[in-house]
Design a protein around this ligand. Structure first.
Ligand code: ADP
Ligand code: MG
Length: 336
C-alpha cells in the first residue's frame, strides 16, 4: 500500500476509535509528522504539556534517525561506534534487551538487509541469495558492545532502531504526560497506539486491528486501558517484484529475506510500548506456532492478536477482543 493510503487509514482509524464515546470536555489534539509517519496525540492535558510530549518524540527521532547525517545513530553506523548521549544509550540498551528476549527474531543489526531490499530508498529490488548470505555475516546483535555510553560495532555492521523507536517514543511521551498529572490520553504514533488511563467516562480505549487482507475494513477491536497496542503487518510497506511475489519490510534474520511464516499481522498489547513494538515485529517473524510457545514462556507479560494466512485470528485469553462480524477469520482463544 502506498504511503498516502497508509496515512489515510491511520487517520480514519483514529477518527473512528478515538472520537467515539461521550466525554465531559474536549481533549487537546496535536498532529505532527515524525519518524516517517503522521502522529496524532489527543490528551486531557494543557496545550504546552502536549507540545512537550511531542518534543520528546522529535528528540528521539533526531538522535536515532538512520538517514539524518546529524543523528547519533548515523554517526555510529558511519564510524563503527562512538560515544552516545545517555538517552540514546538507554534506548539502545532497551533495544538490545528486546533482541535477547526474542532470541534474535528481533535484531537491530538487520539494517544492511533492509537496505539491500531497497526499503530505505524505495528503490525496491530482490537481492540474490549470495548477496543476502554475505550481508547476514554481519547481522548479530550479540556482537554489539555497549559500555555505559560507549558503543562498538563490528566491521560491516549497521544498526536500525526502526522496529522499536515508535513504541519507545510512545512510552516516553506517555511517561512524561503521566508525570505531569495526565490521566487520560490516546497517542497514535503511526499505528503504534499508546494510551494513558481510560476514556474520561471510565470506559476502555478501543483500538482497531486492521484486516491485513483488506485495507478499508478492520478485523476486530481490542479494549485497552493504560497500555500500548502495536501491530506489525506485511501490508504496511511492501512491493511486488517482477517474479510476481510480494515482499515486505519485516526481515527474517534467519534467512535475510522478508519473513513469510504464515502470519499476516501481529498485534501486541502490553504496558511497555517498546516491548509491544519489538514483539509485534518478532512474533510476525516467528510464525504462529513459535509465537504461541513464546507467549506461554515469556518472562514479560503481554497479550497478542495474530491473524494468519490460513484464515485464523488467534487471541490470547487476557484480552477483550471483539471481532468484526464480516471479517473472514475464525477466532480461537489461546489459554496458558
Ligand atoms: P513499522 O515500522 O512499519 O510500524 P515494524 O515495527 O514491524 O513496522 O518495524 C519494521 C521496521 O523494523 C523495518 O522497516 C526495519 O527498519 C526494521 N526491521 C525489519 N526487520 C527487523 C528485524 N527482524 N528486527 C529488527 N528490526 C527489523
Ligand atoms: Mg515493531
Amino acid at each position: 500500500m502506498n504511503k498516502k493510503w497508509k496515512l489515510l487509514m491511520i487517520s480514519l482509524t483514529l477518527f473512528l476509535f478515538a472520537a467515539c464515546g461521550k466525554v465531559n470536555s474536549e481533549p487537546h489534539k496535536l498532529d505532527f509528522f515524525a519518524m516517517d509517519t503522521i502522529m496524532e496525540f489527543s490528551a486531557y492535558a494543557d496545550e504546552d504539556v502536549l507540545s512537550a510530549a511531542r518534543d520528546i518524540v522529535m528528540g528521539i527521532e533526531e538522535r536515532v534517525s538512520t538517514t539524518s547525517e546529524q543523528s547519533e545513530l548515523y554517526r555510529l553506523n558511519r564510524d563503527g561506534g562512538g560515544t552516545v548521549s545517555d538517552e540514546t544509550a538507554v534506548l539502545l540498551e532497551t533495544a538490545l534487551s528486546l533482541c535477547r528476549l526474542t532470541g534474535g527474531a528481533f535484531d537491530v543489526s538487520i539494517y544492511p538487509i533492509v537496505k539491500a531490499w531497497g526499503f530505505t530508498t524505495g528503490e525496491y529490488r530482490v537481492p540474490s541469495f549470495d548477496e543476502t548470505a554475505a550481508l547476514l555475516e554481519n547481522v548479530d546483535y550479540a556482537r554489539i558492545r555497549l559500555n555505559g555510553d560507549e558503543v562498538t560495532l563490528p566491521d560491516g555492521m549497521e544498526i536500525d532502531l526502526g522496529g522499536v523507536a515508535k513504541g519507545y517514543a510512545g512510552r516516553e511521551a506517555a511517561n512524561y504526560l503521566r508525570e505531569r498529572g495526565v490521566t487520560s490520553a490516546l497517542l497514535n504514533l503511526g499505528g503504534n497506539v499508546q494510551t494513558i488511563g481510560s476514556k474520561p467516562d471510565g470506559s476502555p480505549w478501543r483500538v482497531a486491528v486492521r484486516d491485513p487482507l483488506n485495507a478499508s475494513v478492520y478485523a476486530g477491536v481490542v479494549e485497552v486501558r493504560n497500555q500500548a497496542a502495536v501491530t506489525s503487518g506485511g501490508y504496511e510497506r511492501c512491493f511486488t517484484a517482477d517474479d510476481g511475489e510480494t515482499y515486505w519490510h519485516i526481515m527474517d534474520p534467519a534467512t535475510g529475506r522478508p519473513a513469510r511464516n504464515g502470519i499476516l499481522s501481529a498485534t501486541v498489547i502490553a504496558d511497555d510500548g517498546a516491548l509491544c513494538d519489538a514483539l509485534s515485529t518478532a512474533l510476525f517473524i516467528m510464525g504462529a506456532e513459535r509465537a504461541e510457545r513464546f507467549w506461554r514462556n515469556c518472562k514479560e507479560s503481554f497479550e497478542m492478536v495474530l491473524i494468519t494466512e490460513d484464515g485464523k485470528t488467534l487471541v490470547t485469553s487476557g484480552l477483550v477482543y471483539a471481532p468484526q462480524e464480516t471479517a473472514p477469520y475464525t477466532v480461537r482463544t489461546l489459554t496458558r
